[in-house]
Design a protein around this ligand. Structure first.
Ligand code: ADE
Length: 225
């Protein structure tokens, strides 16, 4: 998979890709992530990427031209399956979207700033709009990092244990069951006895039941459909 990220603040975005699982995924060539500074696609001396709104109103708007130039330049080099705009009014990110995006070959992610982008970018260049929740960040960079993390960990080979992404919370519309490790008892706080029984079918059944109970208690909305 190849991810091209268009941003005015590449420095805000780079560190999540320089540590831990994402760094290893890149080093293993399971994913390539490239950053493109929108200011490199401007045509004036000030390297302007934004301007005031037509019709008046507070806040700057990101201009169509630098974004179009950047996306066109990428598209001239390869074809893209999805051009995603990170925006608080997009569809809210959930595990199903991460699963879908993880199956793509090449994607572009555009990070917004200020009031957002000229609507013509959204009408003519963008294929999908994603929000990471009902709150407003100062830019799309952190949202893009969240999306990339959720997506990259699903690429086969990225997680050490191939099955572990399948047992994550949300994969079956269920939260994950409780998990325990050593010591068996700490300050009198005990691990459920069943987990030492060696009876794998029973343990699996217990995990399913606990996942269901936890979902019913904390996120009953997930069980609705
Ligand atoms: N940009 C600003 N806020 C955002 C959000 N909540 N999700 C995605 N992109 C954003």
């Amino acid at each position: 998979m190849r991810i091209d990220i268009i941003t005015v603040l590449p420095e805000l975005l780079k560190s999540p890709f320089e540590a831990s699982i994402l760094k290893r995924a890149i080093a293993a060539n399971l994913v390539a992530v490239h950053f493109h500074n929108l200011r490199d696609f401007t045509s004036d001396n000030y390297k302007s990427i934004d301007d005031t709104q037509f019709g008046g109103g507070a806040g700057m708007v990101m201009m169509v031209e630098p974004i179009d130039k950047c996306i066109s330049s990428l598209k001239s080099q390869r074809s893209y399956d999805e051009i995603i705009y990170m925006t608080p009014d997009g569809e809210t990110l959930h595990q199903g979207i991460a699963n879908q995006v993880s199956l793509k070959e090449n994607i572009i992610i555009l990070c917004g700033h200020y009031k957002g982008v000229d609507q013509r970018v959204r009408d003519h260049l963008i294929t999908r709009e994603i929000s990471i929740g009902d709150f407003v960040l100062s830019g799309g960079e952190l949202a893009a990092a969240v999306l990339c993390d959720a997506v990259i960990r699903l690429i086969p080979g990225v997680l050490g244990n191939e099955t572990s992404a399948l047992t994550d919370s949300f994969q079956d519309n269920l939260l994950a069951p409780p998990i325990y490790t050593k010591p068996r008892e700490y300050k009198g706080w005990k691990v459920p006895e069943l987990l030492f029984s060696g009876n794998l079918p029973k343990i699996e059944q217990w995990r399913e039941d606990e996942a269901y109970k936890r979902t019913q208690k904390l996120r009953p909305d997930l069980l609705d459909d």
